[in-house]
Design a protein around this ligand. Structure first.
Ligand SMILES: Cc1ncc(COP(=O)(O)O)c(C=O)c1O
Length: 377
């Protein structure tokens, strides 16, 4: 599914030097390496501030809390994402409200959010948290309009979307605040857990910096109850090395995605969708979007059988995500049930992610597509 060693082989000299420098300086938490990464990351995303922290999960909580979201407020997000998209809202003390997804992009559907905003729970909603799923931005034109009309904050879950753009603006610079994950499988990855909040607001950035260190502005003087969610020096140093290459790696992913598209078309397997019949529905880059292909996810109605067939050929694949969030045990208390979100539930039965990463070779992609063609014939 993903061979991280290929990237390491290219960079190991530079990475070992960066790690060695941290050992020399003994600045293990935050410090110069993290500050440098924050500065360079903000410049690359064309956003005013970047605040490093210890994971994408913590970044989501920090972004919400720093934007002033807390008890008595509700936030709308998607049921089709990683668990943290919802749990971070609850962690911030707010109420999570869900709305269904668009079946083509799998991203939160702005029309479904608008229905919720105009419904009985609309008055308590203070923010929307769209996820840029699989590396493609949610429809920011529509969410910006909703935010203006309903006076809402927009918090981006950009965990999967380093380098993605909406109409030329990078993920991380679109909303009130954004959260990134540098989990090792992400396009831009640390050597462990790490995350980052970005924002164009001086105030949100300053609060995020305070909250990531137990609410301290001055050492041992606590202004608020924050948490310990600082970025390690090692992670800052490693991420600074990789930051120089990420645009190229994302371009390689775009090339790989185009190659999959061409191979599936040549095999005559492509259906227009949004739902599959006998073949596969391919992922799409929608107008206005610059997709960075964190995942290449197709749809098929024989998904589980296909996955087993690929596994028998030693071809990796993955299901992001097999259970929509409203049906997860700890989130039952949100009050939804089976068939609350038909698009998310259907996607959970039909999506399959194929191997995609910068170093993936053309012959490997040919093998994947040939195996799928064999299965479907
Ligand atoms: C959409 C999404 N949100 C949040 C997270 C949480 O990030 P982390 O694993 O770094 O805590 C992830 C990554 O796992 C993710 O994919």
């Amino acid at each position: 599914m993903l061979d991280l060693k290929r990237q390491y082989r290219e960079l190991h000299g530079e990475l070992l030097d960066a790690v060695g420098h941290i050992l020399e300086t003994q600045q293990f938490i935050l410090g110069e390496a993290v500050a440098t990464f924050e500065r360079d990351a903000a410049a690359q995303l064309r956003v005013a501030h970047a605040v490093g922290c210890s994971s994408g999960t913590d970044a989501l909580w920090l972004a919400l809390a720093a934007a002033g979201i807390g008890p008595g407020m509700a936030v709308v997000t998607t049921p089709f994402s990683f668990f943290a998209s919802v749990s971070s809202i609850l962690r911030a003390g707010a109420t999570a409200v869900l709305a269904d997804i668009d079946p083509t992009t799998y991203n939160l559907d702005a029309a479904a959010v608008e229905t919720v905003l105009n419904g009985p729970r609309g008055a308590s909603i203070r923010a929307v948290l769209p996820v840029h799923l699989y590396g493609q931005c949610a429809d920011w034109t529509a969410f910006s309009r909703l935010a203006k009309e309903h006076d809402l904050k927009l918090i981006e879950d950009a965990a999967q979307a380093w380098g993605a753009e909406w109409n030329g603006v990078r993920a991380g610079a679109l909303g009130t605040a954004a959260a990134f994950s540098f989990y090792p499988t992400k396009n831009l990855s640390a050597a462990g857990d790490a995350g980052m909040v970005t924002t164009n607001s001086d105030e949100v950035a300053e609060r995020a910096r305070m909250l990531r260190q137990h609410g301290m502005r001055r050492r041992y003087f606590h202004d608020e109850i924050g948490w310990n969610t600082r970025m390690d020096g090692f992670q800052g140093a490693i991420l600074s090395v990789k930051l120089k290459y990420i645009d190229g790696w994302n371009q390689a992913r775009r090339t790989a995605a185009a190659r999959y598209h061409a191979l599936f078309a040549a095999a005559g397997l492509v259906e227009t969708g949004p739902y599959p019949v006998h073949g596969v529905v391919l992922p799409q880059e929608v107008p206005g979007s610059h997709h960075v292909w964190h995942q290449y996810v197709l749809r098929t109605n024989r998904r589980d059988e296909l996955r087993e067939f690929l596994a028998s050929r030693k071809i990796g694949s993955e299901i992001y995500y097999p259970v929509p969030l409203h049906l997860q045990k700890p989130l039952k208390s949100l009050g939804y049930s089976e068939s609350s979100f038909p698009e998310a539930e259907r996607a959970a039965r039909e999506v399959l992610a194929l191997p995609i990463f910068a170093e993936l070779r053309e012959d490997e992609q040919q093998t994947v597509v040939a195996a799928i063609a064999e299965f479907l014939s």
